[in-house]
Structures are given as C-alpha cells and as structure tokens.
Design a protein around this ligand. Structure first.
Ligand code: BDR
Ligand code: CA
Length: 315
C-alpha cells in the first residue's frame, strides 16, 4: 500500500504557526486524504530548533494527535545564525502554557523525510512552509529535483511591494535565511507566496478576539493562544494571521486573487538583506493580491466551530 498523501507543514512554532497547525488538524479527519496531515518538519526561526520541535509536539499532543510525526530540520540558516523572536511570540515561543508533550520527535531528519514522502507520492503532497526556508533549501541541495514532486507548495514569507516587519525592506522568514529564500524562489518550483501584504489583510482586533467563544478542541486551543497573546502586551491592538493565511491558501485556491511573478531575494546588501525583489511579471511565484477576508474568517469559523465572530461584519 502506498503511504497516504496529504499535507506536510514545515514550521517554527510560534503562535501563528500553532494556529495554522490547528487549522490543518481540524480540517484533517482520519481518512480524508485531501487534508490529512502526514507530518511536521521543524526549523529554527521564531525560537531555537529544540524549542520549535517541542512546541510542535506540544500542539499535536494537546490537540489529540500525538501520532503525527515531527521531524527536526535545521538549527541554523545556510549562513550565520538565527535571531529569534521571543518578544513577539512569548518566552517559550507560545503564549500561555501547554502540557509537556508525551511523544518525542522522529529520528529521521526533515530533509530526508521530505525527500522520502515526496518521492513516494509524486504530485500528491501539499507542502506548506511557515518558517525560514532552510529545510526546503537543504532538500534542494541534497535531493535535486525532489521539491518539484510536491503537488503544491505554499510559503509564508517576504514583503512584495509592502514594508517589511524586521527591517523596512524585509519580512522575518526571509530575513532569517535570505540565501535559502532566494534558492527556493529563484528555482523553477511553482509556489504560492503569502507575503506580508497579503497577511495584513486578515487581522482581528483585541476586542474581536476577546469576543471569541465556543469551538471544538482545536478551536478552543486557538482562542486560548490568541487571548494569551494579547495578554502578553497591553499595547497590542491587532493580530495578523500570517501563517494561518498560508495554510488557508493551500487548502482553498479561491482564498485570494494572485499575480504570477519572478522573484529574487536580496542576499548581499546588508541594509536590504531578505528583501523580496520583483524581477519581472510572470513566472513561478503566485503572490496573493486581494485576499477574501470573509472567506478566510468563514473558514476559521467552520474549522474551529467558533461563535462570536461574524465574517461579514468585521470592520
Ligand atoms: C512570519 O514570521 C514569524 O514570526 C511568523 O511565524 C510568520 O511565519 C511573519 O513575518
Ligand atoms: Ca512561522
């Protein structure tokens, strides 16, 4: 029997990574091959690799899915070191506390797991990358041509025609490993790039998050994460759904109108490191321009069983 096809999430949890993982689990009934989560691969980024791996395991455990394997990837970018983002995500990378995970990580490393699964189900795996692109770049280096076997690739990263969030030019995931981002984007791999300009179109205010209630197991966890995130800093007024939008776009091609382009990522100029540079219109990268916010929040309501959020009346 061939292994089931489904979604692999490459991630550095991170609160918005955690919410994206919960969305995928909520849309992943046993046996539903379209949305089955077949594994997570972790990468340093928001937090060190060991903490990202532990957080991924803790989210799966608390969601009742400790059976899903977690494969550790890169603890460093292709060059240099990661600069973590505890100030945004909290001291452990997740606001609030999740119980200690019971399951451990798998022995097989991320790039090897990705290569094995992509080769086993050519054209059938959805790959969603929510952190620095180091694991995907390592896969390309060690197994040339295998990333192309993915049925679809959706990446959260970059700031195309919009200001960055780490520097005026760069978004966090691309800034964390510009060489990896450039290697993936400059390849021939067809991918959807949910950048900051797209993510900023789907946000909830402190008041809207405090009104959320109800929910299935994953939905309750997501509400707790969001409310705890606002509690970490009274100055916060809005949560932007970066990684959840990438997950949503991978599950629903109608989530946004896209424009195809050819992109490169700045790897040399220190001031502009990680900048997303449009080389020309047309090409392998689909960048969402107009996001359907009503559709996105309706998806959250549906997956999480939330009450208290009316997608038609968010403004
Ligand atoms: C990206 O950076 C991280 O902090 C988030 O998890 C998201 O993947 C947004 O710039
Ligand atoms: Ca992330």
């Amino acid at each position: 029997m061939s292994p089931p096809a489904g979604i692999i999430i490459d991630t550095d949890p991170g609160i918005d990574d955690a919410i994206a993982i919960l969305m995928a689990l909520a849309g992943s009934p046993q046996g539903d091959l379209a949305h089955q989560v077949i594994g997570l691969t972790t990468v340093g980024g928001n937090v060190p690799l060991a903490r990202a791996t532990r957080n991924a395991l803790a989210v799966l455990d608390a969601a009742g899915r400790p059976d899903i394997p977690v494969h550790r990837g890169s603890s460093r970018p292709l060059a240099g070191r990661f600069g973590y983002s505890f100030a945004f995500h909290g001291n452990t990378g997740l606001p609030g506390r999740l119980p200690k995970p019971q399951a451990g990580h798998a022995n097989q490393r991320a790039a090897e797991f990705l290569a094995q699964r992509l080769r086993a189900s050519p054209g059938e795996i959805t790959l969603v990358a929510l952190g620095p692109l180091t694991n995907l770049a390592r896969l390309m280096q060690r197994h040339p041509g295998v990333l192309e076997l993915a049925g679809s690739v959706c990446v959260m990263g970059g700031a195309v025609n919009s200001p960055g969030n780490v520097t005026p030019h760069a978004e966090f995931n691309f800034y964390s490993d510009p060489m990896a981002a450039d290697m993936v984007l400059s390849s021939t791999v067809q991918l959807t790039l949910v950048d900051l300009g797209a993510s900023r179109q789907v946000a909830l205010s402190r008041r809207q998050v405090s009104a959320l209630k109800g929910g299935n197991r994953m939905g309750e966890m997501a509400i707790r994460l969001l409310q705890d995130w606002f509690r970490l800093d009274q100055g916060r007024d809005q949560f932007q759904f970066y990684d959840p939008l990438a997950l949503a776009a991978s599950m629903d091609s109608q989530m946004a109108g896209v424009r195809q382009m050819t992109l490169q990522v700045e790897t040399q100029d220190q001031e502009r490191l990680g900048e997303s540079k449009v080389v020309r219109p047309g090409g392998n990268v689909a960048v969402p321009e107009r996001v359907d916010g009503v559709r996105f929040f309706a998806m959250l309501n549906r997956l999480f069983g939330w009450d208290g959020l009316d997608p038609e009346n968010l403004l």
